[in-house]
Design a protein around this ligand. Structure first.
Ligand code: A2P
Length: 332
């Protein structure tokens, strides 16, 4: 059966990408409802040659809906996902709210598709940086056993939403004209700058984004002892995240084996031009589906260590594409 689909947060950065992917992948749907705040109600959006009108999200929005793709923020998922489930819909939630809830599968389809069938109405889409990291880690972990993973991220504005992307553009323009600019979305100068991730600071000295990478990876790999430490940095890039990943394995490995595994990994593309020292960048990865991996090299400082450079589109594989891939595996 083709589902009746609703997008919660249809006017946001991820919402726009969800619409594009539903069209591009010819997602088999019966009808499409666009939900956002009262501010956007009445706004017209084109989809497959049809003009759809954005509706205000309410608890009654889900009657007759089979699938909800939610990306309006955690507090709204908290409030509205239960109403959607009560109305009989399956919710694929892009927010962090249900990710660590027991009984809610946290899914990267290339890594743990079997978790999907455990759902009781809600399936969580992992954090963008976590998804991008999980793809290359999965085959390496299976083959050599990851003892420890150290990741540093270089995260784009898109992760902070459409308004942050707009602000980065305006601030950059103002900066180039030598004009003063007052940030309202990001709480400090962003253009020509970088800063540790602007998610809440926790008691253990990590920020929330970093602990999402730590805890969600354990859940996806179904291994509470999976050891990850993360440092997340926001950089003045529009929409793709980059990650420097250091892995230490239980077992010995050869670089050739690592290459072979990464070349054959679903959703991963090895991208390198050693001769010209050219590697994946956020600009080249923007708007693309694969997670690009390069700088594949042995870590000289330990026995079974590997270094990787990983780049993936935050809005696409890091959010909307992963959600649609989950939805494609569901039965309605
Ligand atoms: P709106 O555009 O009407 O504010 P982003 O993460 O890119 O900032 O997008 C957030 C999405 O969540 C937007 O579609 C936004 O709609 C939606 N949203 C924000 N607040 C609400 C709300 N109170 N009710 C419904 N949707 C909301």
């Amino acid at each position: 059966m083709k589902p009746n689909v609703a997008i919660m947060g249809a006017t946001g950065a991820v919402g726009a990408e969800l619409l594009e992917l539903l069209d591009e992948r010819n997602f088999p749907l019966n009808s499409l409802k666009l939900l956002a705040s009262a501010r956007s109600a009445g706004k017209k959006i084109e989809f497959k040659g049809e003009t759809l009108t954005v509706e205000e999200l309410t608890h009654d929005s889900f009657e007759g809906i089979d699938l909800v793709l939610a990306s309006a923020g955690g507090s709204l998922s908290k409030e509205y996902a239960p109403s959607a489930v009560k109305a009989g819909a399956i919710v694929v939630d892009n927010t962090s709210f249900f990710r660590m809830t027991e009984g809610v599968p946290l899914v990267v389809p290339e890594v743990n598709p079997e978790a999907i069938k455990e759902h009781k109405g809600i399936i969580a889409n992992p954090n963008c940086s976590t998804i991008i990291m999980a793809l290359p880690l999965a085959p390496l972990h299976k083959a050599f056993g990851i003892k420890r993973c150290v990741v540093s991220t270089y995260q784009a504005a898109s992760g902070a939403g459409a308004k942050a992307m707009e602000e980065l553009k305006e601030e950059t323009e103002a900066h180039l004209k030598g004009e003063a600019y007052e940030n309202t979305v990001i709480n400090q100068p962003y253009a020509f700058n970088l800063f540790p991730h602007n998610s809440p600071m926790l008691d253990n000295g990590y920020v929330e984004e970093e602990m999402k990478m730590v805890n969600e990876t354990k859940k996806i790999f179904q291994d509470p002892d999976f050891k990850v430490t993360a440092t997340c940095i926001r950089v003045p890039i529009m929409r793709a995240h980059s990650e420097s990943i250091n892995l230490e394995f239980e077992k010995p490995f050869t670089i050739e084996e690592a290459y072979e595994l990464l070349k054959n990994a679903e959703g991963v593309e090895v991208y390198e031009d050693r001769e010209n020292n050219l590697w994946a960048t956020p600009l080249m990865a923007s708007g693309k589906d694969p997670v690009y991996v390069g700088r594949i090299r042995r870590d000289l400082s330990c026995e079974n260590g590997l270094e990787l450079w990983v780049v993936g589109d935050q809005v696409r594989k890091g959010a909307a594409l992963n959600a649609i891939q989950i939805a494609e595996k569901l039965e309605y």
